[in-house]
Structures are given as structure tokens and as C-alpha cells.
Design a protein around this ligand. Structure first.
Ligand code: DGL
Length: 269
């Protein structure tokens, strides 16, 4: 198969990675994409490192069956804990979401005070803090796990009093720390951006790493001479490890468009 025509593989613990796919479709419109959401085992954000690494290895093995030319870990939790192991085991280029998000935050912060929110596992890993300090060790990073944000988004509670109360509870400490930039370090959080912005006020810049990820994928594909040209019609296939109904019903909120068909992934075929 011609390298450029091979698809890009994307995986997430579930549905949230579609926010990254959305940015990839906008930024890399000719690329075909195979997406797998591990809906049978979501959430990853409450699990241990060894479990997250095991599930991530299986997701990559599934995507490799499609001859993907590059893999995007569209999950902050998995990027935080599994990226080094995946890069060790597989030759295919693998892009995570942490470094692109860290770069964007470093570029945007005015007073070198950056907040990071994510799942319990992502915050525990300190992956964003480490990535930011690798770029600029003089930046102060304040982290906060926001575990209730994922179920709120899954329920579609993106605005309103319950959502605002939860956001206030989580974000008040970061507000007191006078952060000027906040990394939305979880695939679900971009959907809560307006509530988060209301709570923090207009002076805080929100960073959604999805756009930066698309740019990084472009860089990788260019570097490996596998960037797809404009003349092909891309194909986007979506797989899930559990019953597809929930994913099909909610997916458009994350993807910004309707999802045609969702297939059931047989991970152990
Ligand atoms: N996709 C996960 C992340 O970005 C959120 C959902 C989960 O906990 O699995 O961290």
C-alpha cells in the first residue's frame, strides 16, 4: 500500500477522543482515520498505570491491523502513562496529546502561571508539569483533578447550575493561584469550555490541545513522507469495544457532525 494513502489510527478510552478527530479532520482533511474508543473499559482516568498501559497496548495492536501509518493517542490519561511504553514496543510513529498541549500553554502564558486540569490518573502522573518544565522550567504549574467533569459531559450537562457548582468547586483554588492559562487536560473538557471560562473569567486563556495535535501529526507525516495529497477522498471509520448505540447518539457533540456508522471492534480476533 502507498504510505500516504494508509490511514492514521486514533484511540481513546471512549468517546472523548472525537474532539481530537474533529481537529484532525479540519487540519488534515485528506487523511483517512481509523478510530477506536475503548467504551467497554472507560474510564481510564480512575485506573492504575499498569491497567492503562495494558489497555493502550491492545488499542495499538487493534489499529495496526489496518496498516495505519501513524497513531494518535487522543486520550490524556493514556498519553500520560502509556506513551513511553508504546514507543518502546512499536515502530509506528506515535503522537500523544501532552507535549502539544504543553507547548501551546508555554506559548500563551503571560505571567508564567499555568493551571492543568485532568482526570485523577493524568494529574497523578504529573505529565503536563514535566512536559512544561522541559520547555520552560521557570513556569509555575498548578494542577487539579476534576473527576466529575467526565460524567457531566457524558450526560450532556454542559451548562447550568449543577455544572457551574462543580466547576466552581474544582476551579476556585486555581483562580486563587492567579493562573493566566489553563490546559484542558482531558478529552471531555473542551465541551465544558464556556462554563470553565465563566468561572475563571475572561483573563484566563483556555488551551485545548486538539489543534496542536493535528499540527504535530502533520509534522510527523511530512517527516516520514506519508502526508496524503488533496486528491483523495478520505474514509473515517469508528470502532468501539462495547455496544455502539451510546457512542452513535453522543458522538456528534464531540465530533461536531453526525457519525454515520459505528462498528464493534473485536479486540481479540
Ligand atoms: N479520555 C480520558 C482523558 O482524556 C477521559 C475519560 C477517561 O477517564 O477515560 O483523560
Amino acid at each position: 500500500m502507498n504510505g500516504a494513502r494508509q490511514p492514521v489510527g486514533v484511540f481513546d478510552s471512549g468517546i472523548g477522543g472525537l474532539t481530537v478527530v474533529k481537529a484532525m479532520i479540519e487540519g488534515l482533511p485528506s487523511e483517512s482515520i481509523i478510530y477506536v474508543g475503548d467504551t467497554a473499559r472507560v474510564p481510564y482516568g480512575t485506573k492504575s498505570k499498569s491497567t492503562i498501559v495494558k489497555f493502550s497496548l491492545e488499542n495499538v495492536e487493534f489499529l495496526l491491523r489496518f496498516g495505519v501509518k501513524c497513531i494518535v493517542i487522543a486520550c490524556n490519561t493514556s498519553s500520560s502513562w502509556a506513551l513511553p511504553t508504546l514507543r518502546k514496543y512499536f515502530k509506528v510513529p506515535i503522537v500523544g496529546v501532552i507535549r502539544p498541549g504543553a507547548f501551546a500553554a508555554v506559548r500563551r502564558t503571560r505571567h508564567k502561571r499555568v493551571g492543568v486540569i485532568g482526570t485523577n490518573a493524568t494529574i497523578k502522573s504529573r505529565a503536563y508539569e514535566i512536559a512544561i518544565h522541559r520547555i520552560d522550567p521557570t513556569i509555575t504549574v498548578f494542577s487539579q483533578a476534576c473527576p466529575l467533569f467526565v460524567p457531566l459531559v457524558e450526560e450532556g450537562w454542559l451548562n447550568g447550575s449543577v455544572c457551574r457548582t462543580v466547576a466552581q468547586r474544582y476551579l476556585q483554588p486555581l483562580k486563587h493561584r492567579r493562573i493566566d492559562t489553563l490546559i484542558l487536560g482531558c478529552t471531555h473538557y473542551p465541551l465544558l469550555a464556556s462554563t470553565i471560562q465563566q468561572v475563571l473569567g475572561p483573563g484566563v486563556t483556555l488551551i485545548d490541545s486538539a489543534e496542536q495535535v493535528a499540527a504535530e501529526v502533520r509534522g510527523v507525516l511530512t517527516g516520514t513522507d506519508t502526508l496524503c495529497d488533496q486528491r483523495t477522498t478520505p474514509r473515517h471509520r469508528f470502532f468501539v469495544t462495547d455496544e455502539p448505540a451510546h457512542f452513535t447518539r453522543l458522538g456528534h457533540r464531540f465530533l461536531g457532525r453526525l457519525i454515520g456508522s459505528v462498528e464493534r471492534a473485536n479486540m481479540h480476533a
